[in-house]
Design a protein around this ligand. Sequence first.
Ligand SMILES: NC(=O)c1ccc[n+]([C@@H]2O[C@H](COP(=O)([O-])OP(=O)(O)OC[C@H]3O[C@@H](n4cnc5c(N)ncnc54)[C@H](O)[C@@H]3O)[C@@H](O)[C@H]2O)c1
Length: 359
Amino acid sequence: MAIDTNDGQTQAPLKVAVIGTGLIGRKHIGLIAENPKLVVAATVNPNGAPADIAALGIPNFSSCEEMVRTIEIGGAIVASPNETHADIAVELIRAGIPVLVEKPIAGTVEQGQRIIAAAQEHDVPVLMGHHRRYNPILAEMKEIAHSDRLGALVGFSGVWSVYKPDPYYGAAWRTGATGGPIMINLIHEIDYLQAMFGRIASVGAMQAPKRRVHSSEEAVGVLLRFEQGIIGTVILSDSAASPWTWEQATGENDPTFPQNRQNPYRFLFERGAVEFPGLKIWSQPEPDWSALFEIEDRNRLVEPMRDAFARQIDHFHDVARGTAAPIVTARDGLEALNAAITVRQAIAGNGFLDVPPLG
Ligand SMILES: NC(=O)c1ccc[n+]([C@@H]2O[C@H](COP(=O)([O-])OP(=O)(O)OC[C@H]3O[C@@H](n4cnc5c(N)ncnc54)[C@H](O)[C@@H]3O)[C@@H](O)[C@H]2O)c1
């Protein structure tokens, strides 16, 4: 099917390959099916495509090398296990193929730097898969934080906690060092927090006793200090059921995470506070612990916001065609990974660490 462009021309849909056909690979395949600007031309999975994906008639290749030799594509989504991202992304970039890399950008900072170096050398765009950035709530929160409405932002307190079911850990890579909630879930929080408030300079972290026999962490208390001086705490767990996560608040992944409209974060300012992401704003124009608060409830969680992923795919189309620069860059992905890895290192020492500056 051809689509109309702004200048009245028609354009064939962008042929995209999806590398890895698990949880998120399937989601991307479904999203692309709903967007006429793109088409899934191939999947890559050395283990073979699952029956339901194979039934769609999409050719599966056992490696990117084989795919690149066989067909021409205009973009690829790297949705394979974390530790495989760097080799796969670099191979695709060397073949001149724009990539959307799922988070984390890679398993290590060095691997992430290899992706960035290849992208620069071959002048190929990389879009990072931190999809929450497409949610307009972040821009609104940033505007509140950077205006003088509530005075200076002092700190915040947040929760991300669910009980991940046992079958989720059937994929062996999720029980390894990079498959835990820091690299899978906290990294999204780190990315959007850095997008709103700048770089995280130092972290502290301690973990609770584990119930599962995995290499990765399970429940962690995290302290973050931003270069601007803001401090924040996050309790993160994949072994404690709670109604408090971004996903449940916004409904971005409803019905996998049914929407509940609860606010998992509280931002604290000199003259008020914000419940986030619903944006209930409590303010005291003349701050006084005896004064009542004025309340503005923007109530931003009325409808499930499922379109962050869809907007990301639409943007990837533009990035791959060369008509837009990535909204979330590989460098953003590397900054988030760097901070997340430092959190893991802080756990190991039960202490506090500066996040090493990236070159
Ligand atoms: N943005 C998000 O919200 C989000 C959500 C889930 C997962 N992710 C990320 O996506 C990636 C995949 O996660 P998942 O939960 O879908 O994992 P998964 O285990 O469900 O799927 C991984 C898939 O990759 C395949 N695979 C393994 N090695 C491969 C290789 N060398 N080349 C190609 N395919 C390979 C597996 O067979 C499987 O189909 C991870 O990096 C994860 O962090 C992002």
